[in-house]
Design a protein around this ligand. Structure first.
Ligand code: PGA
Length: 250
């Protein structure tokens, strides 16, 4: 079970330090893989504060070229040197605000694999795609461009299903029910069997909070969650972690 904490640009450097200090005392169970994705400037400090804990670290975005004339970019290679274990690739905010293409996400996945970073490939349809009946078409393309062009086995990659309309701050303010999420996860896993032998893990993201996290993770096709705003608030995040961990108590 994964808990991915995407801090986006919610926390500045000082706030990242403070939140990290607060959560660093949290006892983590080995069954739950908890990964923090801080902003790039805070990354090394967050990593340092968490060095004696079981938290893992991830990059929110990587550039595909290892080095060179790419102003403003930070490559998977540089993140690997800084000790990153995971990287979000193709988050909807990268796709829709920063214009990242399917082709770019594919190159980023490749560069992560070259650096032994596990890519978390984010896919998701917009409200418009959904209303036009294009959800499966859009998800299918986001997946196929990566899986057709990169030699992958199931354990190399994790998929994050994040319906854009359910992400806090997307402007839609709607929620994707656990049943809807479960159906789409099932569809994604099924589709990926065309490319990889074993089952690919799929995590769900979109307004996951401590109050609703159990309803998502109780589904067998949901292998974890990707939390944005809820993970940037230390009390809320700790409560979310303990809810998830409580499922292993029985
Ligand atoms: P949210 O963000 O939990 O704030 O909706 C999730 C994400 O975009 O990863």
């Amino acid at each position: 079970m994964h808990i991915f904490a995407n801090w986006k640009m919610y926390l500045d450097l000082e706030e990242s330090r403070q939140v990290t200090q607060e959560i660093s005392q949290t006892q983590l169970r080995k069954e739950v893989n908890t990964v923090i994705f801080p902003n790039s400037i805070s990354f090394c400090e967050v990593k340092d504060i968490l060095k004696d804990t079981d938290f893992q670290l991830g990059a929110q975005n990587v550039s595909w070229s290892p080095k060179g004339a790419y102003t403003g970019a930070i490559s998977a290679h540089i993140f690997a040197q800084a000790g990153t274990d995971y990287a979000l690739v193709g988050h909807s905010e990268r796709r829709h605000i920063f214009g990242e293409s399917n082709e770019a996400t594919m190159k980023k996945v490749k560069s992560c694999l070259q650096e032994d970073i596990t890519p978390v490939l984010c896919v998701g349809e917009t409200k418009e795609d959904l209303e036009n009946g294009d959800k499966e078409l859009v998800l299918g393309e986001q997946l196929s461009v990566v899986f057709e062009n990169v030699d992958l086995s199931a354990e190399d990659i994790i998929v994050g299903y994040e319906p854009v309309w359910a992400i806090a701050g997307s402007g839609e303010g709607e929620s994707c029910s656990p049943v809807q999420a479960e159906e789409t996860h099932h569809w994604i896993k099924d589709r990926l069997q065309n490319y990889v032998e074993d089952e690919v893990e799929v995590v769900y993201g979109g307004s996951v909070e401590s109050d609703n996290v159990l309803s998502y993770i109780s589904s067998s096709n949901i292998d974890g969650i990707l939390a944005g705003h809820a993970s940037a608030n230390p009390q809320e995040f700790q409560s979310l972690i303990s809810k998830v961990e409580s499922t292993y108590d029985q």
